[in-house]
Design a protein around this ligand. Sequence first.
Ligand SMILES: C[S@@+](CC[C@H](N)C(=O)[O-])C[C@H]1O[C@@H](n2cnc3c(N)ncnc32)[C@H](O)[C@@H]1O
Length: 405
Amino acid sequence: MPVSPSRRVAFDVLRKVARGGNASDLLRIHSANLSSRDAGLASELVFGVLRYQAQLDFLIQYYSGRDTGGLDLEVLIALRLGMYQMRHLERIPRHAAVAESVDLVKRAHKRSAAGFVNAVLRKVDDVAVMWPSWEIALSCPAWLLENWKRMFGREGAARVARAFLRKPETYVWVPASRRGELRKYDVEATEVPGCYRVISGNADGLQRQDIGSQTIVPLLELEPGQQLLDLCAAPGNKTAQAVERGARAIAVDSSFDRLAAMNVPGAERVAADGSRPLPLCTEFERILVDAPCSGTGTLGRNPEIKWRLQPSDLERHHARQVALLENALDRLAPGGQLVYSTCSLEYEENEQVVEEALSRRPPEFVLADQERRIPGVDPGDGFYAAVIVRLRASYPQERIHDAED
Ligand SMILES: C[S@@+](CC[C@H](N)C(=O)[O-])C[C@H]1O[C@@H](n2cnc3c(N)ncnc32)[C@H](O)[C@@H]1O
């Protein structure tokens, strides 16, 4: 029996994700020729398997009596796909889930495992399971849960991890000039100006941007005509918001390709490493450092990150983030305002970066505000933002005395 297109695509994407690929990008490429119904099922299978991976592996061990570590990747993926459909998707007939997983291992030239996959999946029932640990119950690595527990408490950490098991909402950013077109779409306004939640349909033609991401630019308090240095700009979502507010933006990014693909009329583009002295000889009233990060605020959207990320990655991100922020602070004009932001939940990438960079600056650099969006508490992805202002040079002390006399 040929494997259905949606399961074939899901299997191929999951195999590539296991080798380091990005699930969303791969799905977009592999689903290009599928009907929208098949593409929808492929997406549901890929993200479902990645979100619930720890639970699915526990169940595979439970029903097979074998450690999943000893299974070939293709066999493991076929089992995860079958298990996910049987335990989570009521509309899929059980026999179809079993038969298709068996066919998937045959298609992957693992014929000898077909009997094993068939035998394991036929045992699967609907009985509720007592998960042996909170990392399996929440399908999240223990070290990440511990990190979140330190910041949000045990129940707060569990709430974050549970939020990442749900399919995220889709949000779009709609500039004021295009709001007249909104009647063509099934969307509703949110509390963030310009941000709309997609109720149904795919909102093709509108720019997708998470609601959390749309809260960052307003923190710059831009005034029309102000010059903005956007230090990590590509793909330009936030640059576009800033330009709409009348900023004259200089968009810097170290990735030439990402910068070249950026389409924000009115923004000047500069390919440069933002952690090193910049080829720009001016100070800026406004600076945005939307730093590259681990992305742990986006695990609902990018669930593969949670299985890849290692604690040592946070140290690497931290070092780069401090270098970017320090370089940016060197370019902040007196009276200017800088926003440092990440879509990470981790202390090492957020508060610790800001504390370290500010500890090496004179006292005129002041942390004015910090904001955090927490999945499960706030809608959308997790975000962190710090607002740093550089006070104008202090008024000479002797003049103050003169004035008092
Ligand atoms: C979180 S993304 C920025 C998203 C963007 N601000 C937006 O809203 O569309 C981080 C960006 O930083 C860039 N980047 C990484 N290291 C950099 C560096 N040393 N200097 C400048 N840009 C860097 C990456 O290429 C990536 O485009």
